[in-house]
Design a protein around this ligand. Structure first.
Ligand SMILES: Cc1ncc(COP(=O)(O)O)c(C=O)c1O
Length: 380
């Protein structure tokens, strides 16, 4: 980056692609009509709304009527989980998820638990992977849904969504998939993977913050198995009220188009960068890669350097943007729930750093980052 920032935190958010910005501009300035209006002037807004839905549907191997827009993945997950659970026709009270899910899932589950639902939080193996036999045996007569993520935001671990979808289908329970860190980086076919609801977010794939969406299998909506969270003017077939955010939807469409076009190239460039940074990190005494032996996404490295003070490193290197294996809650530094669930000691979790790369990451970024790591280790 030109301004001296070494940005290695693409899993937190991505910059908006310039082509996405260009795509959005006319919808702020010229074609600003409300997409729900009846006059001619709203035609452009209606058209791009329809095109965006189509583009996303095609990416997921499905039909556009099954795509819904939201403000992001957190809202999508709330709609999916609360919408299915709280629906008056639902009498199933059991939900299965995993302790390494994003807080956006875990907090919804905690809320549902507080009002009488029973949640099983599956553990994971030391390499972050799931025990699918345990998943099968956890399913009960009254299980409503399995909610598992595709790609873990902290470690990059990839869950086997096809196998999970198969298990869910065979057991007659819904599979809700938080695909936030996978969409835009990997290809997915929702029908092939038997995903009933898939959630995604624009700001993880070079679109702006504040836009995202979900795929909801039409059998769920047709049978009224889900209830909306946001009631209003009937947008999104009554599933999510509120005036359409057309500029952001136009941007999201462009982001999907670019992702499709450049996915292979990004994968090959980022895989090389990841291998470079990993091999350099592994030269450090006792360092190891979290989930190193499991299937992982190509842009993410989560490294543990025992006894490395990641808080201090981040504090002392203000222009390096990386995440560490901790969460700061109420002023207390706590080890990441993902790494702790995997069985890392508090010390190792706190000595872990996530490097997540993206389209604009360069060899120079990696070089500067590694130099700073070595400098820090020499001086502290
Ligand atoms: C795996 C995962 N799920 C959900 C979310 C929440 O997404 P949003 O910021 O769009 O609400 C994030 C964002 O960090 C994420 O990484």
């Amino acid at each position: 980056m030109d301004d001296g920032i070494v940005y290695l935190d693409y899993n937190a958010t991505t910059p908006v692609d310039k082509r996405v910005i260009q795509e959005m501009l006319p919808y702020f300035e010229e074609y600003y009509a409300n997409a729900s209006s009846n006059y001619d002037f709203s035609k452009k807004s209606k058209f791009i709304l329809d095109e965006a839905r189509l583009e996303i549907a095609e990416t997921f191997g499905t039909e556009k009527r099954q795509i819904y827009f939201t403000s992001g993945a957190t809202e999508g997950l709330n709609l999916a989980l609360k919408g299915l659970a709280l629906n008056p026709g639902n009498n199933k009270k059991h939900i299965i998820t995993c302790s390494t899910e994003h807080k956006a899932v875990l907090e919804i589950c905690i809320y549902l638990e507080s009002i009488g639902y029973e949640i099983d939080y599956l553990p994971v193996n030391r390499d972050g992977s799931l025990d699918l036999e345990l998943l099968k045996s956890t399913i009960r007569q009254d299980t409503l849904l399995i909610c598992l993520m595709w790609v873990n935001n902290e470690t990059g671990l990839i869950h086997p969504i096809k196998e999970i979808g198969k298990i869910a289908k065979e057991s007659g329970v819904y599979f809700v998939c938080d695909a936030t860190q996978g969409v835009g980086k990997l290809a997915v076919d929702v029908e092939e993977s038997n995903i009933d609801i898939l959630c995604f977010s624009g700001h993880k794939m070079y679109a702006p913050k504040g836009i995202g969406g979900l795929y909801i299998n039409s059998s769920i909506t047709k049978q009224n198995k889900i209830q909306p969270l946001i009631h209003g003017g009937g947008q999104e077939n009554g599933m999510r009220g509120g005036t359409y955010n057309i500029p952001l939807i136009a941007g999201l469409k462009k982001a999907f188009e670019i992702a499709k076009m450049e996915m292979k190239e990004n994968e090959s460039v980022l895989t090389q960068l990841r291998n470079t940074v990993e091999s350099q990190l592994l030269k450090i005494n006792n360092a190891y890669i979290n989930c190193g032996n499991a299937e992982r996404i190509y842009n993410t490295v989560n490294v543990c350097i025992p006894d490395f003070d990641t808080e201090l490193f981040i504090g002392m290197n203000k222009n390096i943007a990386v995440s560490n294996g901790s969460a700061c809650t109420a002023g207390l530094v706590q080890p990441s729930h993902v790494l702790s669930t995997m069985g890392l000691s508090n010390e190792d979790a706190l000595g872990s750093i996530r490097i997540s790369m993206g389209r604009n990451t360069t060899d120079k970024d990696i070089f500067v980052f590694m130099e700073r790591i070595h400098q820090f280790m020499r001086n502290v």
